[in-house]
Design a protein around this ligand. Structure first.
Ligand SMILES: Nc1ncnc2c1ncn2[C@@H]1O[C@H](COP(=O)(O)OP(=O)(O)OP(=O)(O)O)[C@@H](O)[C@H]1O
Ligand SMILES: [Mg+2]
Length: 158
């Protein structure tokens, strides 16, 4: 497996995520899948909010998908010169086991018409084998909790 480090940044507060979100989005092509790793409360959903905010989506619209499993956000901004139109935000924490993945229809978001979408996944452990096999552009965002801040390590895996 290729593992290329793209960013290593300390972020002191959610409000300070903007520069990292901005730089990271520049690396993302449509069809990208982003694995968000980090313990409970590490800031995975908060990072998705920051990314969505850069894509002209109201951050208040971005809610944790821990019960819905999948949330979909549309980048409706016509002024933004950006190829990413749809963001699928997935959280598999409550998925009973990997045999339920088929029922979730993950392949609809990953393999089918993904020419204008990205997929961001929290707690993807049970789907890793599938995601490694099927994703053309795969990234890992590994968030470590430090006293009052977070350390972000971001890798490209493809
Ligand atoms: N960079 C940061 N610096 C300091 N605090 C942060 C940072 N990012 C997020 N937090 C705080 O961490 C808390 C949890 O964030 P969040 O819900 O995003 O975590 P999560 O990793 O998605 O958790 P879960 O695994 O439960 O889904 C929030 O209260 C948020 O304000
Ligand atoms: Mg979360």
């Amino acid at each position: 497996m290729i593992k290329k480090k793209l960013f290593n940044r300390k972020v002191k507060a959610p409000s300070a995520l903007k520069p990292l979100a901005k730089s990271f989005i520049k690396r993302l092509k449509p069809g990208s899948v982003v694995l968000l790793k980090g313990e409970l409360g590490a800031g995975k959903t908060t990072f998705v909010k920051a990314i969505c905010n850069e894509l002209s989506i109201d951050p208040n619209e971005v809610k944790s998908p821990s019960y819905t499993l999948i949330n979909e956000y549309e980048n409706l901004s016509l002024s933004e010169n950006c190829e990413i139109k749809t963001i699928y935000h997935i959280d598999l924490y409550r998925l009973p086991d990997s045999s339920e993945l088929d029922g979730l229809g993950l392949s609809d978001y990953i393999e089918n018409d993904n020419s204008s979408s990205i997929v961001l996944i929290e707690w993807a452990d049970c789907a890793l084998e599938y995601l490694y096999r099927t994703s053309k552009f795969l990234y890992l965002v590994d968030i470590a909790i430090e006293e009052s801040s977070r350390n972000f390590l971001i890798y490209s895996l493809t």
